[in-house]
Design a protein around this ligand. Structure first.
Ligand code: PAF
Length: 282
C-alpha cells in the first residue's frame, strides 16, 4: 500500500490503474481509524478493484468552538490498519492541497433541506464543509463508487443529494454502523470519554431501541416520544442536543402516515458530543 500527499502523485497512480481497466473505490475519512472505518474499506473492496482511502481532518466542517485542534491524528497507526484491511492507496493531503487559496476564498457547496435540521441546526456550516470537501475529493479521485457510514445518517443523505444534484458520476454506498458489544456506535470521539462517561454512553443506543419498539407497537405521538427519550438520556447523565423522529428519506419531522422513519440523536457526555440513529419501517 502506498501513501501519497499531493494531487499530482494521486493522479499519476490513478491514471495507471484506470489504464488497466480497474474499478476505483473511495473511502473518505478523517483518520483515527477504528473498526467502523475498516468495515467501509472492506465494503469498498467488494465493489471495486482499487480502494483509495483519504485521511484529511477537514477544517471547513468544524465550528469555531469545536474539537479541530484536539481531533486525534494517528497517520502511522491508520496506515497499518488500512494496509491490513486491503486499502490500495492512502491519500493524506495537507490543508493547502485541498484548499490552495485558503478557506475564506474557497468555492463552497450548499445542500438545501436535508442539511438543515438535526446536526445541521446544531452545527451551522458543518454540512457545507462536508459537502465541499467530499465534492473536492470526488473530483480529485473520480471514483466509480464511494462508501460512507450509516452512523452519520444525515451526512450520507447530504452526500447522496449532492451527488444527484451535481450529476457526479459516482455510486454512493452506505455501510451499516459497527457497534461495541454494549451497543455504543464506534466513533473516533469515543476515545475522549472518561471511564465513567464510557459506562453511560450505551444508553444512547438503548434509548433509540426503546423508542423504535414503541413505534413498532403503534405509537405515533412522536413529540411525546421524543420528550420521553430526551428525559431518559438526561436521567442517565447525558445532555441531549436533540432526539428527533424523522421521515427516513426527507429527514423532515415524521408524520403519522410515514412508513420509513429514522430516529436521530446527538447528546453530550461531558464535552464529547456523540451521535447515533436507528431506522424503523412500519
Ligand atoms: O465522516 C467523516 O469522517 C467526514 O465527515 C468526511 C466524510 C470524511 C468528510 O470530511
Amino acid at each position: 500500500m502506498r501513501t501519497v500527499h499531493t494531487l499530482k502523485e494521486l493522479r499519476a497512480m490513478l491514471r495507471s490503474y484506470r489504464q488497466q481497466g480497474k474499478r476505483i473505490g473511495l473511502v473518505p475519512t478523517m483518520g483515527n481509524l477504528h473498526e467502523g472505518h475498516i468495515s467501509l474499506v472492506r465494503k469498498a473492496r467488494e465493489a471495486a478493484d482499487i480502494v483509495v482511502t483519504t485521511i484529511f481532518v477537514n477544517p471547513m466542517q468544524f465550528g469555531v468552538t469545536e474539537d479541530l485542534d484536539t481531533y486525534p491524528r494517528t497517520l502511522i497507526e491508520d496506515q497499518e490498519r488500512l494496509d491490513a484491511a486491503g486499502s490500495t492507496l492512502v491519500f493524506a493531503p495537507s490543508n493547502e492541497e485541498i484548499y490552495p487559496q485558503g478557506l475564506a476564498r474557497q468555492t463552497r457547496v450548499i445542500v438545501p433541506e436535508v442539511s438543515e435540521g438535526h446536526c445541521g441546526a446544531s452545527r451551522p456550516g458543518h454540512f457545507e464543509g462536508v459537502a465541499t470537501v467530499v465534492t473536492i475529493l470526488f473530483n480529485m479521485v473520480q471514483p466509480d463508487i464511494a462508501v460512507f457510514g450509516e452512523k452519520d445518517y444525515q451526512q450520507l443523505a447530504v452526500i447522496r443529494k449532492l451527488t444527484r444534484d451535481l450529476m457526479i458520476p459516482v455510486e454512493v454506498i452506505g455501510s451499516p454502523t459497527i457497534r461495541e458489544d454494549d451497543g455504543l456506535a464506534k466513533s473516533s470521539r469515543n476515545g475522549f470519554l472518561t471511564e465513567e462517561e464510557r459506562a453511560i454512553a450505551p444508553v444512547i443506543y438503548r434509548t433509540l431501541q426503546k423508542t423504535a419498539e414503541q413505534i413498532r407497537k403503534g405509537r405515533n405521538d412522536f413529540v411525546a416520544l421524543e420528550q420521553e427519550a430526551n428525559e431518559a438520556l438526561s436521567e442517565a447523565g447525558l445532555r441531549p442536543d436533540y432526539f428527533n423522529i424523522a421521515n427516513g428519506l426527507t429527514l423532515k419531522p415524521a408524520r403519522a402516515e410515514d412508513a420509513e422513519l429514522t430516529l436521530l440523536v446527538a447528546a453530550f457526555l461531558g464535552t464529547t458530543r456523540l451521535i447515533d440513529n436507528l431506522s424503523v419501517t412500519r
